[in-house]
Structures are given as structure tokens and as C-alpha cells.
Design a protein around this ligand. Sequence first.
Ligand code: UD1
Ligand code: CA
Length: 427
Amino acid sequence: MLQIIILAAGKGTRMKSQKAKVLHTLCGKPMLEYIIEESLKLTKSVDVVLNFQFDKTSEIVKNYPVNIVKQNLEKFPGTGGALKEVKLKEEKILILNGDMPLITQEELKKLSEIDADIVMSVMKLKNPDGYGRVLIQDGDVIKIIEQKDASTEELKIKHVNAGVYLFKKEVLEKYLPKLSDNNAQKEYYLTDVIEMAVKDNLTIKAVEVDEESFKGVNSKKDLAVAEETMCKRIKNRWLEKGVIIRLPQTVYIDAYSAFEGECEIQPGSVITKSVIIDSEIKANSVIEESVIKNSAIGPMARIRPKSEIKDSKIGNFVEVKSTKLNGVKAGHLSYLGDSEIDEGTNIGAGSITCNYDGKNKYKTKIGKNVFVGSDTKLIAPITIEDDVMIAAGSVVNKNIPKGSLAISRSPLKIVKNFYYKFFGKEQ
Ligand code: UD1
Ligand code: CA
């Protein structure tokens, strides 16, 4: 069997963040989770090395059937130091950096099937900045020089180490204890194994790989580039499954959303942790943690978490939160929060559920075939039974029984010729 070791203990200083680097997300999902999931598709023997923000990182890793190893970062810092505490179990060991979220199972499989003492991944880049440079002479790898240790001449090398290696177990057993921290970063570099192995005439195969999948994420700029690639992959997957996405480059769909049946997503929309079934999401709408079925949403609507919208039409500038809508029309400028609204009900423009009194949130329940006139304020907790009409501009603070009209109006006063008196103008 193959053993995979994922290195994820580092601080990620270049990320300039309080959060551990591997917990930063692409399309809503932490980088580390992508790489763990791809690894588990290949083997059951996966070790993840953690240290920086151990509690937070291990909380996520614990959800997977992998072995967590804690690096002794103070004593043995660096990618080589990360391996000190890991039990080397299998004959072939694939080592991955935890900051490579775009790598796929297929690519890992290809590398792991090559026969050599060491297989390493190499990329030829126009801009090699940030990576370790690979010194190659007459087609043979000689050594890896870390950017911070490289001379001006060495920095010009375009071949870089992509950060995935396949080792025979005995190679690691022999060379890991020999690593030293005699370098610019005072770290134990895994990459130094290569030079020692070259000197001992071991077989080293360098496989050229593609940066699109092997990109290492060190900074927020790298994160943005990697997220674009991931987001494109996610959208391509849904396009292939039959979702219509208009101008996909303008649409954001996170890693946790799903589509069923015939769906259309218009430009500028953002969909996170939601399930969309047979629905149309019109331009510039935001859907978060909700289920939308057989409905049309937007343009410019915001559906916030825990909403369930079925057989409904939601128009522009409508905000919905923790609300169940079943066969409802809310065409314009409304806030529907902590509500349950039933079939055939129409919510007029500007109507609002007043669900919060500054301390607590309260529920609004509206039955079937209710006509809520424009600019109605529904002061929760409140129940509006079936077949009710509410006159425009009403403030409703009592439950309304079935079949009634509810109307609250301050009387309209008309002062004749006021305009002319006020401005002192002739009529
Ligand atoms: C590393 C390689 C570099 C290569 C690049 C590819 C080394 C010394 N350098 O550099 O040649 O071009 O990856 O992306 O390996 N980590 C630990 N413990 C540590 C330090 C790091 O687990 O003490 C983990 C990090 O969390 C990270 C991974 O190892 O996931 C790589 O570390 P990072 O600092 O990003 O290495 P690079 O400088 O990118
Ligand atoms: Ca890196």
C-alpha cells in the first residue's frame, strides 16, 4: 500500500494572517480538506502533520479517517523536521505540502506509479518566485536550492520544485536523520534529501507537472489565483451536469452547493452552501445556506441562511432569512425573516417582518391566500390566518383571524391651497 504524508504544520508567515495557512479557504472550503480528500481517494494510509494552531487544524482533520501527527516545531522546524515524528509504515511514501489545494487524485496516482528511489515533481515557470529552484545538469537533477539560500545566478533558474515527492521508505529512513538546519531559515529541509541521494547515485526521476494543479499557496495573492482555478473547476463540473451558467466568470459557486434538475444562474450571482432545484437565479443575487426549489429568485435578491423556498417568486431587493416560503410571491423591496408563509400569498412591495425588538427574534406566520398590501409592517410574534387581506401601509401587531381585513391608517388630512401660501406664490 501507499502511505501519504501531508505536511501542514507550518506557520505560513507569508500569508500575513492570524489564521493557519492551510485553514484558508478556496470556494468556502479549507485548503487542507481538498488535499486530504484527494489523498484518501488513493490510499487509506494518510498522515497529516500539524503544529501551528493545532487545536483549530486538528478539529478539521479529525473529521477524516487519517492519522494526526504533531511536529516538534521548536526542535525540528522545516519540511524535513515535519517528518521526524511520523511513523514510516509503507514501502512507498508520497509526501505532499498541505498548501497545494489544486492537486488531483489522478496526478498523485501517476506520480506514485513511477518506479525510482525518488520521484519528484518539477515545474518550468516563467516566474519561479517563491519556489525552491531545481538544479539540473545534463538532464539529471543535482539538488534543490531554496529561494532564501539561492545566489543571484541560482535565482534565475526556471525549474522549480513543485513540492510532491515519492520516496522509497528506506531512502527516508537513511537520509532524514542526516538533515541539518545549516541554512538561511535554520530549518530542516526535506529538499536536502535530494542532494544526498544524488551523491549516493540513487535513481531520481523528475516529472514535469503543471502549475495549474501543483500551485503552492504561500500568500493571499496565490490564494486568489488558486481560488479562481478551483471556482472554475466547480462551475465546469456543474456546466457539464447541465446547469446553465450565464457568463460563468462572473458567478461564484462554493464547494458545498449543489444543483438538481433544470437550473439557470445569471451573471453576478453568489451561491454558497445551498441546494438549487429546477430554479432560476437571476442577476446579482446572493443565496446562502438555503434550499430553493422550483422558484425564481432575483435579480438582486438576498436569500440568507436557513431559508427554504418552494414554488415561489422573489423579486428585486427582497431579503429572506430563516424563512419557509411555499408558493409565495414577494416581488419587491421586502424583508422576510424568521417566517413561514404559505401558498397563494402575495407580499406587497416594501412589506417587512419586524422580527427583532432589540433583544430577541420572533416568528411571523402567514397562512394561505393572504394579500399583504404594500408597505405593511408585521410586528412579530404574529400569526395571520388564511384568506386575510391587509391594507397597504398597515402596522399589524395583532393576530388576524381567517377571512378578515386588517387595516390601520392614520387619517389623511388635506389642507387646501397650502402650497401657494407656503411659497407665497400666486395660484
Ligand atoms: C517548499 C519547498 C520548495 C518548493 C515548495 C513548493 C522545502 C524546504 N521547500 O517551499 O522547494 O518549491 O515547497 O510549493 O520543502 N510545513 C510543516 N512544518 C514546517 C514547515 C512547513 O509541516 O516546519 C508544511 C507547511 O505547512 C506547508 C508545507 O510544509 O504546507 C510547505 O511549507 P512552506 O513553508 O510553504 O514551503 P515553501 O517555502 O513553499
Ligand atoms: Ca509553500
